[in-house]
Write a protein that binds this ligand. Structure first.
Ligand code: BES
Ligand code: ZN
Length: 855
């Protein structure tokens, strides 16, 4: 029997749960009655519980039988086994439990969060985070997604506080000194979606979406930051009702900003919880990137209300279905809301991130068997979210948006209030499209990696061939290869050919190793992956590449993005020369799309991590050579009527020039503008301000550090706080960087952020050696303090320790400490590090020569 799955001879259908949290003693007391069905006669009941003391267990039925049980906790399996003195007959029973627990500071289960008011006094909030398997830390339960049940929650709280749970309050009374709130029954749903939040909370007015009032909640004083999140919450909920063709399944929707929150947000039905940066924002003071983040997260969680909450995966191997789908829908909703944001182009950046990890030998299939829930934790990664969303987008484009939507509707209708698997979605999509979906999709979902499609001309034929793309020819020593040799995909390829002044699009399914497409004699150029939706890379033969480059203006932004992104990847893999790539970047001086710029700038950052320190000024000169013309044309000030994306591009280019490009004039002007801004004289465009702060940190001295530290502490919006916090990692002086490192562990930086700041320090070429020493020395303290996933996220920074010496040291450390983050996480970090060090070894000299002409 699988030790990770609960036995199914006793199944719950309803929980009447009463909890009494005490923010003064940091404890809670609970009582619950669980209606269960006994399927086979038994004298024991087994469910999940961890770090709870179960003080009483009795069971009763309608025939007047009542038995007292003896609970025994098993910490290792996070279970409780209640033994009864005689057998329970098959049928309905009510299990009553009393228990106590602690409000922990680990941001999981039922936990405490804190904030300071204007006078500096600390206040507490009690909140929950249950996904994947932490509901069992708050109340005894059958904590697997397939044990769906109805939850009737009652919270007994300090009368001065407010409480929110999944449904609306149906009764409020006083009992002793307590305010007792009874919440309406939930729909039938999984335990990981239950939530309660207790504190001095404030809410916006509600806006009705059909019958459901939608509100935003936060700690006192922040309601002025709720309007933008509220607006996208309402808009996206309406969008999803229309798309899914089903009403929102809850009776109300609350979105709550919690001061301490491990993830970005969590899709608890009707009570979505967020970290503050992902929900609260001052629309007039935020950059495009900051606003987009809020819009994305809100839309993503709302998408889950149907996909995930109404219909739920049967087990954790299906988590990709939840997360990939919500990520896909998030973009669809934002794109419908603000088409001028061109969200599908920006999605290219997400796709690119997935192509990086999926180009490793140590990648994994999107879906694979999961036994221990612990392995489910390692699945919340770029393959689940970004590769998953990319292949769904590819499928949607292939089937047609309406057919795809019809399949989704059928899937949701058929499995509402229940559980489903990937196969069920394929079945519904197959019916809607009359196509064999598994034939196309299984290679993308159940196999690791993706193809490199090479294109060449042979006479009047375009020849396309596929082979798996990997950066390294072999897995790292000793590792097993993933996938099989000669692996092939069914690749829906879209090609645009330009011949004699007319362009036409061809679609084909590349299934074999090679396909041939006739082309006109007058052929001018070919664009493979037309529209940019394919999850694969393209390598053009030199003459085809030259023809594409000569007509860059004919390419859509996403096609230019892919062109640069693939060219960079192919160079890193050693399949093309690095100097050719650097020449290519010179053709993009006229580029005006911020996503294309982001991939160019990211590649310069990667080179900065492998360049010899003596050559760093020359790399900076190359960056100026590439970036300065575009920035000069944009200028420092936004023109009236200029669109948001152009404004954001201005900020992105200024940042690249002032940091990586080390441009003194830009640094000087940044200082002037910033000084005028803080003096209240001249307002700086919100898209430029975050860049100014980053530039001034890069160029800064101890006085600037102290100033930014003060501003971090006094920040009045979550975004402002973030800008100054990450700026503290952007200085160059070792003594300042040491201070920032110390602050990641001394309580000055919230644990929800500390791991990300430490990661930022590992990836800075000025901080990385110090940071790595700090990490090694303080590993145990980090492990103790960080929330779940924190250590794993921090450790990702080792990919930037790209010198042979550091790489050896990284290996030695992880080997000695026997570190495992679950799944293949660590192997993926080490392989990425290897790729960077190998690039340095192979192309370091060529890079140095190339840079000699820049100064
Ligand atoms: N279900 C997740 C939250 C989650 C993540 C729970 C990991 C447990 C472990 C939620 O829907 C989510 O995906 N949140 C993202 C933000 C989203 C916009 C990509 C997050 O927290 O980063
Ligand atoms: Zn999600």
């Amino acid at each position: 029997m699988d030790p990770y799955r609960l036995p199914r001879h006793v199944v719950p259908s309803r929980y009447d749960l009463r909890l009494e949290p005490d923010l003064a003693t940091l404890t809670f007391r609970g009582e619950e009655t669980v209606a269960v069905t006994v399927a086979e006669a038994t004298d024991e009941v087994v469910f999940n519980a961890v770090e709870l003391a179960i003080t009483e267990a009795t069971i009763q039925n309608d025939r007047g039988e009542s038995l007292r049980g003896v609970p025994a906790m098993d910490e290792a399996t996070e279970r409780c086994r209640v033994a009864f003195p005689s057998r329970l007959a098959p049928g309905g029973w009510r299990l009553s439990l009393a228990f106590t627990g602690r409000l922990n500071d680990k941001l999981r289960g039922f936990y405490r969060s804190s904030y300071k008011d204007a006078s500096g006094a600390t206040h507490l909030v009690a909140a929950t985070q249950f996904e994947a398997t932490d509901a069992r830390r708050a109340f005894p339960c059958w904590d697997e997604p397939a044990f769906k049940a109805v939850f009737a929650v009652t919270l007994a709280i300090d009368p001065a506080l407010t409480a929110v749970s999944n449904t609306s309050v149906v009764a409020e009374r006083r009992e002793g000194g307590k305010k007792v709130l009874a919440f309406a029954d939930t729909i039938r749903m999984s335990t990981y979606l239950v939530a309660f939040v207790v504190g001095e909370l404030e809410a916006t007015d509600s806006v009705l979406v059909r019958r459901a009032p939608v509100r935003v909640w936060c700690v006192p004083g922040k309601l002025r930051l709720a309007a933008f999140g509220h607006a996208i919450a309402v808009t996206s909920l309406r969008f999803f009702e229309a798309y899914y063709g089903l009403p929102y399944p809850g009776d109300k929707l609350d979105l709550l900003a919690i001061p301490d929150f491990a993830a970005g947000a969590m899709e608890n039905l009707g009570a979505i919880t967020f970290r503050e940066t992902a929900l609260l924002v001052d629309e007039r003071a935020a950059s495009h990137t900051e606003l987009e983040r809020v819009a994305d997260v809100v839309a993503h969680e709302n998408a889950h209300m149907w996909f995930g909450d109404l219909v739920t995966m049967s087990w954790w191997n299906g988590i990709w279905l939840n997360e990939a789908f919500a990520t896909f829908m998030e973009i669809l909703a934002i794109d419908a809301w603000k088409p001028e944001w061109r969200r599908w182009v920006t999605f290219g950046v997400s796709r690119a991130a997935a192509l990086v990890v999926d180009g490793l030998h140590s990648t994994r299939p999107i879906e694979f068997p999961v036994r221990a829930p612990r392995d489910a934790d390692a699945m919340f990664d770029v393959l689940t979210y970004e590769k998953g969303a990319s292949v769904l987008r590819m499928l949607e484009q292939y089937l047609g948006a309406d057919v795809f939507r019809d399949g989704v509707r059928a899937y949701l209708t058929q499995h509402a209030y229940a559980n489903a698997d990937t196969g069920d979605l394929w079945a519904a999509l197959g019916k809607a499209s009359r196509q064999p979906i598994p034939d196309v999709m299984d290679g993308w979902i159940f196999k690791p990696g993706y193809p490199l499609v090479s294109a060449r001309l042979e006479g009047r034929e375009l020849v396309l061939s596929q082979q798996r793309f990997t950066y390294l020819p072999e897995p790292l020593d000793g590792a097993e290869p993933s996938g099989e040799p000669g692996q092939r995909w069914r690749v829906p390829v879209q090609i645009r050919t330009q011949a004699g002044g007319t362009s036409s699009v061809t679609r084909l399914m590349l299934s074999a190793a090679e396909a041939r497409v006739p082309v006109a004699e007058t052929l001018d150029a070919v664009v493979v992956n037309e529209g940019g939706h394919g999850f694969y890379r393209v390598r053009y033969a030199p003459e085809l590449l030259e023809r594409v480059i000569r007509r860059l203006d004919d390419l859509a932004p996403i096609e230019r993005f892919n062109l640069v992104n693939d060219a960079w990847a192919v160079a890193v893999a050693g399949l093309a020369s690095l100097t050719d790539y650097l020449d290519l970047t010179a053709r993009f001086r006229g580029e005006r799309d911020r996503n294309v710029w982001s991939v160019l700038i990211a590649s310069f950052h990667a080179l900065n991590r492998i360049v010899e320190p003596a050559d760093r000024p020359r790399l900076a000169a190359l960056v100026r050579d590439r970036v300065a013309p575009a920035f000069a044309e944009l200028g420092w000030t936004a023109r009236p009527g200029e669109d948001e994306l152009t404004r954001q591009l201005r900020g992105d280019l200024a940042r690249a020039l002032g940091t990586l490009g080390d441009d003194r004039a830009v640094q000087q002007e940044a200082a002037n503008l910033y000084a005028a801004h803080v003096a209240g004289g001249r307002e700086v465009d919100p898209n430029l301000l975050p860049a100014l702060i980053a530039i001034l940190a890069h160029a800064g001295d101890p006085a600037r550090y102290d100033e930014f530290l003060r501003r971090f502490r006094a920040a009045t919006t979550p975004q402002e706080e973030q800008r100054y916090l990450y700026a503290l990692a952007g200085f160059r002086q070792p003594e300042l960087l040491r201070q920032t490192l110390a602050r990641t562990l001394n309580g000055e930086i919230r644990t929800q952020d500390a791991s990300f700041v430490a990661r930022a320090l590992l990836t800075s070429v000025y901080a990385r050696e110090l940071a790595w020493d700090f990490v090694k020395t303080n590993w145990d303290a980090m492990e103790r303090q960080y929330p779940k996933h924190g250590l794993r996220r921090m450790a990702e920074g080792v990919v930037a320790l790209a010198t042979p010496e550091l790489e050896r040291d990284v290996h030695a450390f992880f080997r000695e400490r026997k570190i495992d983050f679950g799944g293949k996480t660590l192997a993926q970090y080490l392989e990425q590090l290897r790729i960077a060090v190998a690039l340095r070894a192979r192309d370091g000299v060529a890079l140095s020569k190339y840079l000699a002409r820049f100064r």
